[in-house]
Design a protein around this ligand. Structure first.
Ligand code: PLP
Length: 804
C-alpha cells in the first residue's frame, strides 16, 4: 500500500483520495469530506503497524487480554489518532497549504454512539492505555446502529431524537466479512448418552444470527502498537431464511430476518438502572458468543490446545453485561472441544475476571428464568449445573441453612442473578475505587467475600491524560511542559514535579491566564454555536454527568435557587459572579431525572428575568452532553461538582478529568473523591456532607426524617418553594418529603451551602486558589488510566508489554 510520512507525500495522496473517494479536486471538498479523507489516510498509514502488531503477538504467542464491555464511549478519533501517530502538525500544515484549518475539520466527526456514560467511557480510556503501554489487549463490543439518543431541550424539557451516528459511515472501521461467526438462539437443548456413556448435549431447532466483525484500530501513543476494538454487527443468514421458507412460512422467514437485524440496532439508554428486556439479553449473549468464538478460533490456529487456553488468554468483563462469557466458554470447551466439566471449569474461572460497577440494588442484573431458558436453552443448562454444583458446596459447609444458599445462589426466585454468576465463575472481582471495593466486601457481595476473600481486590479507575489533558487542553499542556519538561507525558505520575510551582507567583499567573483563556474559548463557542452568553470573569461551576437522583443535581440547583432568593432580598449582597453549568442526559423513562432538567431550566429563567440576580448569577443547562462537549468543558472549569450521596457513586471519572484540568473538587466523601481528597488534602479540596458509613447506618437503622429538617430549617423550607413553580415539580417535593428523601438532599443541604461559601472564600484568595489548582494538577497523575491498567496487567491479567 502507498502511504505517507512527509508533507509532500501527504499532499499527493490527499489529492488522489479526493479524486477516488469524491471525484473532486481539493478546492471543491467540504469539511466533512476532508475529515473522511484524512481518516482514511490515517487508517492506511497505520495498517502496516496493525498487521505487524498482530504478527508479533501470534509469533511470540504472547498472553493477551480481551476486554468485554457492552459500551465503548470513544469520542471523536481524528485528533486522538493524529496525536498517537505523531502526525498532527504535519497534517495541520499540509491542510493549511490547501486552505483548510484543521480545527474546522475536527467538529465534522460525529461522536460514535457506542456508550451511555461512565462505564463506557472507562472502557474507551482503558483500551487507549493498553495500547499506550504496549500491552496486548483488545476491546470487544457491539456495533450499535443507533447510539444513545440525541438530546434536545425544548421549552426547558428534554426531547430525545434518534442518534443515527453511522449515517455517513464510520471511516475508522474495517468490515471483516470472512471472520463472521454464527450465534444460536432458541431451540431445544438436552443431554443424551454419547460414545462411551458420557453425556453429550444436543441442541436443535435453533435460529442462527450471523455476527459480522468491524475492526477499529486502537493506536498506541507514538509507539507503533496497534491493537483492535472489535465491534459485532448482527445480520441474518440466508441459510436460516431458506430453512424457514422450506417449511413454507414466508412470514416467519421475514420475521426472523427482522429480529436478527434488531439485535445490534439500538444501544439501551439506561445508565445505573437495570432494564430486563429480552432484546438486551440477546445483545449480551450475541457479542459474548461472537467474541469468544472468534477468540477461540484464533487461539487454536496460533496457540494450539484449548487445554492451555487460560495460560495465554485473559477475559475481562466490564460489569455483568458480558457475564454469559462464563457459561459460553464452558459450552465451547465441553461441546465443541470435548473437555470434561472439571477441566472446562478450571480453565474458565482461571481466564475470567470481573469488575463490579455498582452497589445500587436497582442496577444489579437479574433475568427471568423462563425468558432466559427459552432464548438460551444450552446456556441455561450450563448455568443450572454451575448453580447446582455451587449450592452443593454451600450445603456441605452449612448443612441445613437455606438462608446461606439463598444469599449466594445464581438461580433463585425464578431469576438468574448475573453478579452471583460473575463472582462464582471468575478468579478476580474488583471494585473501581477504594471505598467502593470496601463496600462490596462488607455489604453488597459480603457473603461471597467470606467464601472467596482472595478474589476481591480494588482497581481505582483512571482516565487517559492524553485525551483529557493533552488533546483537550493544549494551553495547559504547553505550560506544564515549559515548567517541568515532557517526562510526564509518558509517565503521568511525574506531574508531581509541578507541585512546588504552586508557590511560584510567575507560574500561578500563567496558570490563571490559561484558565481564563479556556473560559473564554468556552464562552465563545457557546455564544457562536448555541447562542448562550456567559461572563468569563465569573466562577465556572460545572456539574456534567448523567442525570440521576443519586448524583444529586437537585441539591446543586436548590442551592442556586437559595442564592437567587438571597440576592432578590438583598441585591447589594457581595458575592463573586457565578456561572452554574449543567449537562447530562436523563434516560427517557426516568421521570424524576427529566423533571430535574426542567427544574434547572426553570431556575435559569427565573434568574435571567430578574436583574438583581442576573448581574451575579447565571445557570445554563447544555444540551447533549457527550465526550466532545466534555472536552470543551473540563478545561474551563473552576469548580468540579461531585456531590453524589456518599456510598452511591462507585468511582466517578469526571472528577478525575476536572482534576487534570486544575479545577477544585467540591464533593462528598464518595467514590474516587475520597482518593482525590487523600491526594490533595482539605487545603486543596472542599468536602461536605454525610459519610458513607452514616448513610448506610440510616438505611439500616432508620433515624432520618426529612420532614424534621424541613420543619426546623427555614432555608430548606424557602428553597423548596421553587418546587411550587410548576405542578410537575410536585413529584420532586414528594420524593424529598413524603418518601423521606432517599438521597439525603435535605440532610446535606446546609453543609453544601457552607461548602459553597468556602469555595467563594477561597476563590477570593487568588494566590491560594491557583496554588490549589496546581496541587490538583500535580496529583492528577495518579488518576491516569495508565496507572489503572498497569495494575490490572500486573495484579489480575499477568500480562507483559510487547515492543513492536
Ligand atoms: C467522563 C464522562 C462521564 C462520566 O462522568 P461521571 O461524572 O464520572 O459520572 C459520562 N459521560 C461522558 C460523556 C464522560 O466523558
Amino acid at each position: 500500500m502507498r502511504t505517507w510520512k512527509t508533507k509532500k507525500e501527504f499532499k499527493k495522496l490527499f489529492i488522489e483520495k479526493a479524486e477516488v473517494l469524491f471525484e473532486k479536486n481539493v478546492k471543491e471538498l467540504s469539511h466533512r469530506e476532508v475529515y473522511q479523507i484524512i481518516a482514511t489516510m490515517i487508517k492506511d498509514l497505520v495498517s502496516d503497524d496493525w498487521i505487524q502488531t498482530e504478527k508479533i503477538y501470534n509469533h511470540k504467542r504472547v498472553r493477551q487480554v480481551y476486554y468485554f464491555s457492552i459500551e465503548f464511549l470513544l469520542g471523536r478519533l481524528l485528533n486522538t489518532n493524529l496525536l498517537n501517530c505523531d502526525m498532527e502538525e504535519l497534517c495541520r500544515s499540509a491542510l493549511q497549504d490547501f486552505g483548510f484549518d484543521l480545527e474546522d475539520i475536527f467538529p465534522e466527526e460525529p461522536d460514535p454512539g457506542l456508550g451511555n456514560g461512565g462505564l463506557g467511557r472507562l472502557a474507551a480510556c482503558y483500551i487507549d492505555s493498553m495500547a499506550a503501554l504496549q500491552l496486548p489487549g483488545h476491546g470487544c463490543s457491539i456495533r450499535y446502529q443507533y447510539g444513545l439518543f440525541d438530546q434536545r431541550i425544548i421549552d426547558g424539557q428534554q426531547v430525545e431524537l434518534p442518534d443515527a451516528w453511522l449515517r455517513n459511515g464510520f471511516p475508522w472501521e474495517i468490515k471483516k466479512s470472512d471472520k463472521a461467526v454464527d450465534v444460536r438462539f432458541g431451540g431445544h437443548a438436552y443431554m443424551r448418552p454419547g460414545k462411551g456413556g458420557a453425556l453429550v448435549c444436543v441442541h436443535e431447532q435453533y435460529n442462527t444470527v450471523r455476527a459480522v466483525p468491524y475492526d477499529v484500530p486502537v493506536l498506541g501513543y507514538q509507539n507503533r502498537t496497534v491493537n483492535t476494538l472489535r465491534l459485532w454487527k448482527a445480520e441474518y443468514t440466508r441459510e436460516n431464511m431458506y430453512g424457514q421458507l422450506r417449511y413454507g412460512d414466508y412470514r416467519k422467514a421475514l420475521q426472523y430476518k427482522d429480529q436478527a437485524q434488531q439485535i445490534s440496532r439500538f444501544l439501551y439508554p439506561n445508565d445505573s438502572t437495570y432494564e430486563g428486556r429480552k432484546l438486551r439479553l440477546m445483545q449480551e449473549y450475541f457479542f459474548v458468543s461472537a467474541g469468544l468464538q472468534s477468540i477461540m478460533r484464533h487461539y487454536k490456529k496460533h496457540y494450539g490446545s484449548p487445554k492451555l487456553f487460560d495460560r495465554y488468554i485473559a477475559l475481562h468483563i466490564n460489569d455483568t453485561h458480558p457475564a454469559l462469557i462464563i457459561p459460553e466458554l464452558m459450552r465451547i470447551l465441553m461441546d465443541e472441544e470435548g473437555l470434561s466439566w472439571e477441566d472446562s471449569w478450571r480453565i474458565t474461572t482461571n481466564s475470567v475476571a470481573y469488575t463490579n460497577h455498582t452497589i445500587l440494588p436497582e442496577a444489579l442484573e437479574r433475568w427471568s428464568i423462563p425468558m432466559f431458558q427459552e432464548l438460551l436453552p444450552r446456556i441455561f443448562l450450563i448455568v443450572d449445573e454451575i448453580n447446582r454444583r455451587w449450592l452443593e458446596a454451600v450445603q456441605q459447609r452449612f448443612p441445613g441453612q437455606e438462608d446461606k444458599a439463598r444469599e449466594v445462589a445464581i438461580l433463585w426466585n425464578n431469576q438468574v442473578h448475573m453478579a452471583s454468576l460473575a463472582v462464582v465463575g471468575s478468579h478476580s472481582v474488583n471494585g473501581v475505587a477504594k471505598l467502593h471495593s470496601e463496600i462490596l466486601k462488607i455489604n453488597t457481595l459480603k457473603p461471597f467475600y467470606t467464601w472467596f476473600p482472595e478474589r476481591f481486590n480494588n482497581k481505582t479507575n483512571g482516565v487517559t491524560h492524553r485525551r483529557w489533558l493533552i488533546e483537550s487542553n493544549p494551553q495547559l499542556t504547553e505550560l506544564i511542559c515549559d515548567t517541568i519538561g515532557k517526562d510526564w507525558v509518558h509517565a503521568p505520575e511525574k506531574l508531581l514535579a509541578l507541585e512546588p510551582f504552586g508557590n511560584d507567583a510567575a507560574f500561578r499567573e500563567r496558570l490563571a491566564e490559561v484558565k481564563q483563556k479556556r473560559k473564554e474559548i468556552l464562552a465563545e463557542y457557546l455564544h457562536k454555536e448555541r447562542n448562550i452568553t456567559l461572563n468569563p470573569h465569573s466562577i465556572f461551576d460545572i456539574q456534567i454527568k448523567r442525570m440521576h437522583m443519586y448524583k444529586r443535581q437537585l441539591l446543586n440547583i436548590l442551592h442556586v435557587y437559595h442564592l437567587y432568593r438571597q440576592l432578590v432580598e438583598n441585591p447589594g449582597m457581595d458575592i463573586i459572579p457565578r456561572t452554574f453549568i449543567f449537562g447530562g442526559k436523563a434516560a427517557a423513562s426516568y421521570g424524576e431525572a427529566k423533571i430535574t432538567i426542567q427544574l434547572i431550566n426553570t431556575v435559569a429563567r427565573l434568574i435571567d428575568q430578574d436583574y438583581r440576580a442576573a448581574r451575579k448569577l447565571k445557570v445554563v443547562f447544555l444540551e447533549n452532553y457527550n465526550v466532545s462537549l466534555g472536552q470543551k468543558l473540563f478545561p474551563a472549569a473552576d469548580v468540579s461538582e461531585q456531590i453524589s450521596t456518599a456510598s452511591k457513586e462507585a468511582s466517578g471519572t469526571g472528577n478525575m478529568k476536572f482534576m487534570f484540568n486544575g479545577a477544585i473538587t467540591l464533593g462528598t466523601m464518595d467514590g474516587a473523591n475520597v482518593e482525590i481528597h487523600q491526594e490533595v488534602g482539605d487545603e486543596h479540596s472542599v468536602i461536605f456532607g454525610l459519610r458513607a458509613d452514616e448513610v448506610q447506618r440510616y438505611y439500616q437503622e432508620g433515624g432520618y426524617s426529612s420532614w424534621d429538617i424541613y420543619n426546623s430549617d427555614a432555608d430548606v423550607r424557602r428553597a423548596l418553594e421553587v418546587l411550587e413553580e410548576n405542578p410537575m415539580f410536585g413529584q420532586l417535593r414528594e420524593a424529598l418529603l413524603d418518601r423521606n428523601d432517599e438521597f439525603f438532599v435535605l440532610k446535606d443541604f446546609k453543609s453544601y451551602c457552607a461548602a459553597q461559601q468556602e469555595i467563594e472564600r477561597r476563590y477570593r484568595d487568588t494566590e491560594g486558589w491557583f496554588r490549589s489548582s496546581t496541587v490538583n494538577i500535580a496529583h492528577a497523575g495518579h488518576f491516569s488510566s495508565d496507572r489503572s491498567i498497569q495494575e490490572y496487567a500486573d495484579e489480575i491479567w499477568n500480562l507483559d508489554a510487547v515492543k513492536i
